[in-house]
Design a protein around this ligand. Structure first.
Ligand code: UD1
Ligand code: CA
Length: 466
């Protein structure tokens, strides 16, 4: 689709009372601006210009990290709005910086996270097919406070948009249809007339919504689209609205997943990223968070109390009270309750990671078990290994990290300290409480502990002494 999107993300976001840009605040783990950018990309826009200004370094970095290495990297670009003089000025900056003066342009508020790709596409078509010079998305929220209001002409067409702060009390009470902050314009007409927006209003700002009246005054057709689901048009200006939209996004995602065959014990208590997928017959228990691009297979049990960030898991896994970040999990794996899987961990089929176990940058082989109270780091573990309770890889010497390898079917006795770098072969055994500092050959027993002493009758003698 040969459509340019302009996403306005330069505003101060004063009402958020934040040290960060408003558009960097997250909904289900994803920055607000990225929700809008992703919808524009999903609609097929082939160029997305993000206007940044307030906290612009932070917003630029956030956008770079979101799209780096993805097909969108060459599509999404940032332009600077050095002074925040209003939404009309933001769009003017975007046009001047890029030289765009033709073709259909969709303009989106950066704080409009629930806008749908289909809506953007419909909008772009309205001007792309030449029937209109402009189009504005409208909606009727239960609480219209703060939104620009649509004033209609006698024939029902849009006359102009009046910001709430410029409304008379009568207009405020009577005009309930609001501007959602999603517009489509014919690029040539937008570029030709954007300079005519003035700032003679309550906020002394250049209002983009004034383009409606300007285009009409030049004899061009402008239309409004009423969005029947008001939730699509909600903007975020405050923390309360951020929470409200998070709940709406959560419900929509969970409702969709339920139609796809996922069970939720309580859909109000699971927060699933818009970029996550979950297979059928997976059960999501309360207090489960999926952040980023998680891909979970079929027949899994997630939670309760589980937080997964960029985790790929196969089928029939159980992740109970598990925190995992950048981890790959194959099929039939069981984790928790209470384990911590850190980046670079790979759990092969039927591996088990139990209670109070931390694994970092390690491969746990097929059917291998680390059931209790262990730390395993920088380790390559074969298949069928059993790691006894309390065993630890001592992978850090205070300066560098070192690797441990453990062969197939090896039995690590409880409380074994494996001082890396160290290699333990196949079918080996380490005695409980051993500190392993040298390689253990395949098939060998390594035991490192003092002989046990027995002092007969000690208790009786001690009692007599006290
Ligand atoms: C705006 C609309 C209002 C509409 C509402 C929908 C204007 C004048 N008013 O009001 O009609 O009902 O959105 O939510 O447009 N921004 C910039 N540069 C600026 C100013 C704003 O990039 O100089 C960006 C902000 O970061 C934000 C978006 O534009 O993402 C909208 O600005 P905001 O101040 O939130 O406008 P509203 O008062 O909500
Ligand atoms: Ca807003």
């Amino acid at each position: 689709m040969d459509v340019t999107a302009i996403v306005m993300a330069a505003g101060e976001g004063t009402r958020m009372k934040s040290n960060h840009a408003k558009v960097s605040h997250k909904i289900l783990g994803k920055p607000m601006a990225c929700w809008v950018i992703d919808s524009a990309l999903a609609a097929g826009c082939n160029r997305v210009i993000v206007v940044v200004g307030s906290h612009s370094d932070e917003v630029r970095a956030m956008i770079a990290s979101a799209y780096e290495g993805t097909p969108a990297a060459g599509v999404v670009e940032c332009v600077e709005q050095a002074e925040r003089l209003g939404t009309g000025h933001a769009v003017r900056c975007a046009l001047e910086a890029t030289g765009i003066d033709a073709g259909p342009i969709v303009v989106l508020n950066g704080d409009l996270p629930l806008i749908q790709a289909d809506t953007i596409r419909t909008f772009a078509n309205t001007v792309a097919n030449g029937t209109h010079a402009g189009a504005v998305l409208t909606f009727t929220p239960p609480a219209p406070f703060g939104y620009g209001r649509i004033e209609l002409a006698a024939d029902g067409s849009v006359n102009r948009i009046i910001e709430q702060k410029d409304c008379t009390p009568e207009q405020d009470a009577e005009l309930l249809e609001c501007n959602a902050g999603c517009y489509a314009f014919d690029g040539a007409l937008l570029a030709a007339h954007i300079g005519e927006i003035g700032n003679d209003n309550a906020q002394a700002e250049y209002y983009l919504p004034d383009m409606v009246e300007i285009l009409k005054d030049h004899g061009h057709a402008v239309t409004i689209f009423h969005c029947d689901d008001y939730r699509d048009g909600l903007g975020v200006n405050s923390r309360a609205q951020l929470a409200e939209l998070t709940a709406i996004a959560r419900d929509r995602i969970n409702e969709h997943l339920m139609t796809e065959g996922v069970t939720f014990i309580d859909p109000a208590q699971a927060w699933i990223s818009p970029d996550a997928t979950i297979g059928r017959d997976t059960v999501v228990w309360p207090q489960t968070h999926l952040i980023g691009t998680c891909r979970i297979g079929e027949g899994c049990q997630l939670g309760p109390n589980t937080r997964l960030t960029n985790v790929v898991a196969g089928d029939n896994c159980s992740l109970d009270e598990t925190v995992a970040i950048d981890v790959a999990i194959e099929n039939g794996v069981t984790c928790g309750p209470r384990c911590y899987l850190r980046p670079g961990t790979h759990l092969l089929d039927r591996a088990h990671v139990g209670t109070h176990v931390e694994i970092k940058k390690s491969t746990i082989g097929v059917g291998s078990k680390v059931p209790h109270l262990s730390y395993i780091g920088d380790t390559t573990m074969g298949a069928g290994v059993n790691v006894g309770a309390g065993s630890i890889t001592c992978n850090y010497d205070g300066k560098n990290k070192h690797a441990t390898t453990i062969g197939d079917r090896t039995f690590i006795g409880s409380d074994t300290m494996m001082v890396a770098p160290v290699n333990i072969g196949d079918d080996a055994i380490t005695g409980a409480s051993s500190c392993i500092t040298r390689d253990v050959p395949s098939g060998a027993l390594a035991v490192e502990r003092n002989d046990q002493r027995i002092i007969e009758g000690y208790t009786e003698k001690r009692r007599a002494r006290l």
